[in-house]
Design a protein around this ligand. Sequence first.
Ligand SMILES: NC(=O)c1ccc[n+]([C@@H]2O[C@H](COP(=O)([O-])OP(=O)(O)OC[C@H]3O[C@@H](n4cnc5c(N)ncnc54)[C@H](OP(=O)(O)O)[C@@H]3O)[C@@H](O)[C@H]2O)c1
Length: 330
Amino acid sequence: MGKTVKWGILGLGNIAHKFALDLALVPQGELVAVASRSLEKAKDFANSIPQDPKYQLGSYEALFENDEVEVIYIATPHHAHKKWAIEAMKHGKHVLCEKPVGINKGEVADMIACARENNVFLMEGLWSRFNPALLKMKAVIDGGLIGEVKFIQADFAFNAMGRSLESRVWNPELAGGTLLDIGIYPIFLSYWLLGLPEKISAEAHFHPLGVDQQLSMLFTYPDAYANLHSSFTCESEMQATIGGTKGHILIHPRWHETNGFTVVTDERTDVEEITKGKGYTHEIEEVHRVLGSGALQSPYWSWENSLDLVGLMDEVRALIGLRYPFEKAD
Ligand SMILES: NC(=O)c1ccc[n+]([C@@H]2O[C@H](COP(=O)([O-])OP(=O)(O)OC[C@H]3O[C@@H](n4cnc5c(N)ncnc54)[C@H](OP(=O)(O)O)[C@@H]3O)[C@@H](O)[C@H]2O)c1
């Protein structure tokens, strides 16, 4: 085991809490600092997790100035990822940034340029890419057991219509809506298995506050289709299907954080692969591995992968006519 990696968390909301619980399960990771815009919140957060972070900070700037912190996990709403990731990297900190790493291709390109200039690590927290069951499933597909993939059906949906109008998910200023929040996962699956599509079709229903509340996408490949959906308006089991010429795979719900899948050919085989904790442990281990190697990006979820993914979301947004208010006009 290599040396301890000293972490700081920026933005102490819902996901930051889950992440901290998983970080506690990775022996090489030490949570030394948590930073909120409110000191009281930082103290409450520190009291709610198993670690006892040495620094409980009432500003993000104090986290950047902290000499002990090596890598910062950014867990703010989408609109602020770029701003805080760039500040962190300018202070020489490595960054794991929640998905989507930036809200459009220009933002992601700026963030990558900043990582290069400051010689620091940057990775998008696309945790499904490191899910052990999904990795095993990809190996099964690559091994040819279900033949050529011709069809993907994947969704991410839950009914959030009862959430307050103050919620970040409805707020266009925070780049809310389903696409960047949850639609990113089915898009990731299609991109990971089939690459960039030849053509995209998309339609959305909009929330009165101006973000997409339900989104249906069709990715057309030279010889395959992916049927993708994200929604805050309805419940879904969230099983994904991969259809091949010799069989198909059912990814068990919820597919993006799955513990297994079923391969259906002439016979039916269930595969189980247990995730550690909630599943963020695996992306954390990847951060540690890459930092240990001295590289600035993960080969498994690279800067190019993040650029491709956000490029696909830019295309979908252009098709449904969704622009966040703070984006500059072309
Ligand atoms: N990987 C996953 O499974 C997963 C799951 C859910 C969400 N996410 C992602 O995680 C990120 C945060 O989501 P979340 O559900 O944790 O959100 P959240 O509960 O609203 O927390 C976001 C935190 O960001 C900070 N923040 C900074 N500027 C803010 C602003 N202008 N408005 C509101 N909060 C601001 C706040 O922390 P302080 O008050 O402490 O400064 C807030 O608590 C998003 O990128 C989301 O897509 C990922």
